[in-house]
Design a protein around this ligand. Structure first.
Ligand code: NAD
Length: 431
């Protein structure tokens, strides 16, 4: 990897870094065709697309009955790891559950209550790597929120990864379907003979998954566009270049379209990270994928003239994962509002959050961290505001409401207030 200077980036390079789309736009038309096919042909389209794209003859799309068996069949060590991760994820998400509240604002009793969605679909990627961890990250917050029906869709295979199935069981999913890519998103959004349509589709995936989510948005709720993974590491002269490089290589392992970035104000650190990346990549199981991701236009090692310039670079990038391996990491984080999840200090590798710290790893990519956070319990809740007014409180509001109603030409609105305040107008008035 070469080191590039932040102040020497040309407009094209800046656009590749800060306006990245990771190939999603390029497959929008393909994804739309797939969505339309599933919408009109249902299960037949799922089977045909699974044969054409995944090379798998799918018998039963619904594999829920295999889940418990898989959970029993996996080895003890793997089961313990899933249960341990699941417990941490559950604990962190339970902490997010909001409480209903009511407060008296001088006769206006106002409140907010939260109720879970009824049905959600969680996409668990499984193309180039299996992601049982994404099953935990999607299903557990929904179950904690109280969602009754949580379905999982994951790409078909001759034998679906038993760890993915076991994760669905341990997390509390009540249906698992073998269908991947854009066809999975369409099936969850619109339903087929086998798959029930859900109210909200969540979860990360590759370009086709992300493009399909953009396509169905509006007909069904989605979480946000969570595409190919990204990491940005801010390092200063105190960082261990080898650990920074290890984090970049780990993220690059996700897929060829993943983006990995380090930015530092220290020239020696920049050179050392660039060299160490190469060392860490060599001989890895997925070296080819890693090298392709390292070569992305949105990847690289960057030298800033100062820490403020590095911080500005990070904020403009708005990464999915932000790692800060520098002095006073909290102060630097304070100046970067746009990041999906932050990892502070040398002992907080992104991989720990990917699996087991308890935070969610389904996070906004492609700069969407500028406007949204990752999956959480909130994703699966709807809220209702509630008000009860006393006669006096309505009297206090009378002039304000009727004046505004009349100003908007909505005279009947004004009347609905006046009618109540005429003497004795309300039967059984409690006040
Ligand atoms: P995937 O399940 O997302 O995609 C596999 C599916 O893509 C296949 O089943 C197939 O249907 C479809 N597909 C593949 N090639 C196609 C083609 N040419 N035309 C139409 N459809 C095609 O699995 P993946 O490919 O391994 O990608 C997973 C992605 O999810 C990675 O990029 C990873 O970085 C990302 N990820 C993101 C997060 C996050 O929170 N943002 C978390 C985990 C994983």
């Amino acid at each position: 990897m070469n080191v590039r200077r932040v102040d020497a980036l040309d407009p094209g390079e800046r656009a590749a870094l800060f306006d990245r789309d990771a190939g999603v736009d390029a497959v929008r038309d393909d994804a739309r065709d797939i969505v339309d096919r599933v919408r009109s042909e249902g299960d037949v389209a799922i089977r045909d697309l699974s044969r054409e794209i995944d090379g798998v003859e799918v018998g039963n799309v619904d594999v829920t009955d295999r889940v418990e068996r898989a959970a029993e069949a996996i080895d003890e060590e793997t089961r313990a790891a899933i249960e341990d991760a699941a417990a941490n994820i559950r604990e962190f998400h339970e902490r997010q559950l909001p409480e209903d509240w009511t407060e008296d604002f001088g006769g206006r009793e106002l409140g907010r209550r939260f109720r879970p969605l009824d049905t959600v679909g969680v996409y668990a990627p499984g193309g180039t790597a299996a992601y049982p961890s994404s099953v935990l990250m999607g299903v557990i917050p929904a179950v904690v929120a109280g969602v009754e029906h949580v379905a999982v869709a994951t790409p078909p295979a001759e034998e679906i990864n038993p760890v993915t199935l076991a994760a669905a069981d341990i997390a509390g999913a009540d249906a698992v379907y073998q269908v991947g890519g854009a066809q999975a998103v369409a099936a969850l959004a619109y339903g087929t003979e086998t798959i029930n349509a859900v109210q909200k589709v969540v979860g990360p995936g590759n370009q086709w998954v992300t493009a399909a989510k953009a396509e169905v948005r509006g007909d069904v709720e989605i979480d946000f566009l969570a595409g190919p993974s990204e990491v940005l590491v801010i390092a200063d002269g105190t960082a261990d270049p080898s650990l920074v490089a290890a984090d970049l290589v780990a993220q690059a392992e996700h897929g060829e379209t993943s983006s990995v970035v380090a930015v530092t104000d220290d020239e020696a650190t920049a050179e050392a990270v660039a060299a160490a990346v190469d060392d860490h990549a060599t001989g890895r199981d997925r070296e080819e994928t890693i090298r392709a991701a390292l070569d992305n236009d949105a990847s690289g090692v960057f030298l800033a003239r100062s820490m403020p310039e590095a911080v500005l670079f990070a904020e403009e990038y708005a990464p999915e994962h932000l790692s800060i391996q520098a002095d006073d990491a909290e102060a630097l984080l304070d100046r970067i509002p746009s990041a999906g999840s932050a990892f502070l200090g040398p002992y907080s590798p992104v991989a720990a959050g990917d699996y087991a710290t308890g935070t969610n790893h389904v996070l906004p990519t492609n700069g969407k961290a500028r406007v949204t956070g990752g999956l959480s319990v909130d994703t699966f809740l709807r809220s209702t505001t509630v008000q009860r007014l006393s006669e006096d409180a309505l009297g206090d509001l009378r002039d304000t409401v009727t004046t505004l109603a009349n100003a908007e030409g909505l005279e009947a609105h004004a009347h609905s207030v006046d009618a109540r305040l005429e003497a004795g107008a309300v039967d059984g008035d409690e006040d």
